[in-house]
Design a protein around this ligand. Structure first.
Ligand code: BTX
Length: 324
């Protein structure tokens, strides 16, 4: 109901909408409308009410609403179904549950706040209320589980391109899937799947983007490591439009990938990467390697040639550019 009410205001920007019209469109009583308006005010919306004129939206609250994403989507398949939550532990958990219950390819779970956001390898992801994007995309491609890392790389490319188009801000990719601005982390990507050994049932791609946090909003644990679009761009950004831009870009790349394979995505990934074509240190579990990062394999493995000319395949490591 709240979503439908907001949609009416979005269709009448800066205008009064009469209580009668709202109650006709939503099929509810004036008292019910009044209660919803009151709830919106509690969520940070500023609404003017005037006798005989009705209600006018003056300032939006801090939610990301499905209809605001919906109007900017240009996709054929992705984002046609969306679950929006004001607060949740993790959109990944919700998406896994929905996938098990049969959610369709392209279903998106979006939250205004996560209280227990998941990073990779059991790490945390901070998603403060009203400032960041926390979304999980359910995919059902006909792929072998071995190929799913390709979708993580595709996601990083989609995010970098979408952010450039939507905000004008340039980001770069650090292997394997960190999206950074000037060495600081802006985006986290987590790919999980439900699969048999030879067949994927669903892939859940989690994307967390720091959008409107100021330095003081970042958890002390990440203040020196992280940044946001608002910090870098010097102004706030509309989160719903960024979500739509990411989904639009993702669908274009995903369709290309499903039809033509990984080659073009890999080339794009290498173009945006700050790890490839540079001398780097790779700190693995066993050793620190130094050498030239030649590229990635089709499985997303980093190829590093050391000073003796030996080629190493790096599956997991912390990477640092030698010039840093
Ligand atoms: P990661 O393991 O690469 O990054 C986690 C690490 O990044 C943390 O240990 C911390 O140092 C740092 N970090 C935590 N929060 C932030 C932040 N907001 N900005 C910058 N650095 C941070 C990356 O894992 C994968 C994250 C995926 C997050 C999405 S949000 C939607 C979906 N739902 C969910 O629970 N996770 C995914």
């Amino acid at each position: 109901m709240k979503e439908s009410l907001l949609k009416i205001f979005a269709e009448h920007p800066d205008q009064f909408v009469s209580g009668e019209m709202i109650s006709q469109q939503l099929g509810c009583s004036r008292t019910a409308i009044w209660k919803h308006i009151d709830e919106l005010r509690k969520n940070g919306y500023e609404l003017e009410s005037a006798p005989r004129k009705g209600y006018r939206l003056i300032k939006k609250g801090d939610g990301i609403h499905s209809h605001e994403v919906g109007v900017a989507l240009k996709t054929m398949r992705l984002g046609k179904e969306m679950t929006y939550l004001d607060t949740t532990e993790s959109t990944q958990i919700v998406a896994h549950k929905l996938a098990q219950e049969g959610a369709r390819e392209g279903h998106i779970v979006l939250a205004n706040e996560q209280t227990k956001g998941k990073g990779r390898l059991g790490r945390n992801w901070h998603s403060k209320q009203g400032t960041s994007i926390s979304m999980s995309l359910i995919l059902r491609p006909d792929l072998s589980p071995q190929k799913t890392p390709q979708l993580t790389l595709l996601t990083a490319v989609a995010v970098v391109r979408a952010l450039k188009n939507q905000t004008g801000i340039n980001c770069e990719i650090k292997w394997p899937n960190d999206v950074l601005i000037n060495g600081k982390k802006l985006v986290g990507i987590l790919t999980e799947m439900q699969a048999d050994p030879d067949r994927v049932h669903s892939i859940i791609i989690g994307i967390g983007i720091n959008v409107n946090q100021q330095l003081k909003d970042l958890d002390p644990e990440i203040q020196g490591l992280a940044t946001s679009l608002a910090i870098e761009g010097g102004k706030p950004f509309e989160r719903a439009l960024i979500v739509a831009a990411v989904v639009n870009e993702f669908e274009t790349l995903y369709e290309h990938y499903l039809t033509n394979g990984f080659e073009a995505i890999k080339t794009l990934w290498e173009t945006y990467s700050i790890s490839v074509g540079k001398y780097i240190y790779a700190r693995t579990m066993r050793e620190v390697l130094y050498g030239f990062a030649k590229g990635i394999t089709n499985e997303g493995v980093l190829l590093l040639e050391d000073e003796q000319g030996t080629l190493h395949q790096i599956y997991s490591a912390d990477i640092e550019n030698a010039s840093q």
